[in-house]
Design a protein around this ligand. Structure first.
Ligand code: PLP
Length: 403
């Protein structure tokens, strides 16, 4: 009804005038934002056909929306998967990937002990309440992981490409082999690498999960999550959880993330270069006792890094442990920063710092945190695209105030 008939009265005209005009000639060059909750058809017979799946079409945005679908398709292509589905956040996406593994009460998930804190909480607190057990293991110790897999016989293995906050690169090929032998499915959270640096499906993963809030969006102005599956049959479950749990991605958010994706490579190249430069500058610094950065890892890890990540990159995160390894020193350092932003996220165009012990790993028992090497003086730096000289100078001047 492009222009409601003259005979309609003002209250009716206000509701309908100008709406549902003909599809314009000419294809938009950018994906339009389909800000609509529902879709209408010329006849009920057509609606029925779409509901029945006999005809392709959209019905209700919780079931699917063209803007959101365009984003899922873009990430599917980048990850070289078969199917993909977008969700409201990275957490919703991880939940959907686990749901697609069709676990029953009593089933066990074997998760990397280094997983993002909230992911661990999701496993224990939410899935645990449905009778699904979680065990953790050090996924960087392949023989121990293999042994643990034989012992607990998991249905699902979950790891992150680059661990948080100690930035260990996961040997996805080796873990996938272990999962295959155990007939378990393997989920890889690829948030820290992005598909520009790593494509876990090519290394044997079954599902890739992204918090699109991070590198894919890249500008700290949107939240989202994506799952890409290697196998087409998983689409039904991925769409099912979207429809029934309802954690759908909004169309505005999908548009923002689509826009962010276009500059992913350009941002990543600069961010990784800046991170490499910062990491080498900080190693050997008098006020820093340890620098965590994949390219500074022992030789064995360098081979792994080259196999998994796009050369010459090693990611855009750097974690440092302060010489005075206390929370007070970490806070003094972070408070003194003038350019770098104290920010509970990563992957943005600006350099952001986070204190893992009080942020991403806050819920973890202090003893456990220490066992994992997450000390009170550890600070994670997500390096941005600013001029590296400015980033380095800011960190330098703040380090002077850390003790
Ligand atoms: N996975 C990783 C590795 C993360 O760092 C985060 C958030 O920090 C998430 C998943 C969750 O993403 P979101 O905050 O978009 O739910």
């Amino acid at each position: 009804m492009a222009s409601a008939k003259k005979s309609f009265r003002i209250n009716t005209q206000l509701v309908h005038a100008g709406e549902r005009g003909d599809t314009p000639l000419g294809k938009p060059v950018a994906t339009p934002i389909y800000a609509t909750a529902t879709f209408t058809y010329d006849s009920m017979a057509e609606v029925d056909q779409v509901f029945a799946g006999e005809k392709q079409g959209y019905i209700y945005t919780r079931y699917g929306n063209p803007t959101v679908a365009a984003l899922a398709e873009a990430v599917r292509i980048l990850e070289e998967g078969s199917v993909a589905c977008a969700y409201s956040t990275g957490m919703a996406a991880l939940h959907a990937a686990i749901f697609a593994c069709e676990l029953e009460p009593g089933a066990t998930i074997l998760a990397s002990q280094d997983l993002y804190g909230a992911s661990i909480d999701l496993l224990y607190k939410v899935l645990g309440s449905y009778g699904i057990k979680t065990e953790t293991a050090d996924f960087s110790d392949i023989p121990a992981l293999s042994e643990k897999t034989r012992e607990v016989r998991p249905r699902v293995l979950i790891a992150e490409t680059i661990s948080n906050p100690l930035l260990k690169v996961c040997d996805i090929d080796a873990c996938a082999e272990i999962a295959r032998e155990a007939r378990a499915r393997f989920i890889v959270d690829n948030t820290f690498a992005s598909p520009y640096l790593c494509q876990p499906l090519k290394h044997g993963a079954d599902f890739v999960v992204h918090s699109a809030t991070k590198y894919l969006g890249g500008h700290a102005d949107v939240m989202g999550g994506i799952v890409v599956a290697r196998d087409e049959v998983d689409l039904l479950a991925l769409v099912g959880v979207m429809k029934l749990v309802g954690g759908v991605l909004g169309v505005w958010e999908a548009h923002e993330i689509l826009r962010g994706l276009k500059t992913l490579a350009v941002r990543m190249d600069r961010q990784c270069e800046n991170a490499a430069s910062l990491a080498s500058h900080l190693s050997g610094h008098g006020r820093v006792s340890r620098v965590y950065y994949p390219a500074l890892a022992p030789a064995q890890n360098l081979d792994l890094m080259k196999r998994l990540l796009r050369p010459p990159h090693a990611g855009a995160l750097v974690s440092i442990e302060l010489q005075e390894n206390t929370r007070e020193a970490a806070f003094r350092f972070m408070d003194a920063l003038k350019l770098c932003v104290r920010s509970t996220s990563l992957g943005d165009v600006f350099t952001g710092v986070l204190h893992p012990a009080t942020a991403s790993h806050r819920e973890m028992a202090p003893k456990r945190r220490l066992q994992l090497g997450i000390t009170e003086g550890l600070v994670r730096i997500s390096v941005g695209i600013e001029d590296i000289a400015d980033i380095t100078e800011d960190i330098e001047q703040s380090l002077e105030k850390s003790d």
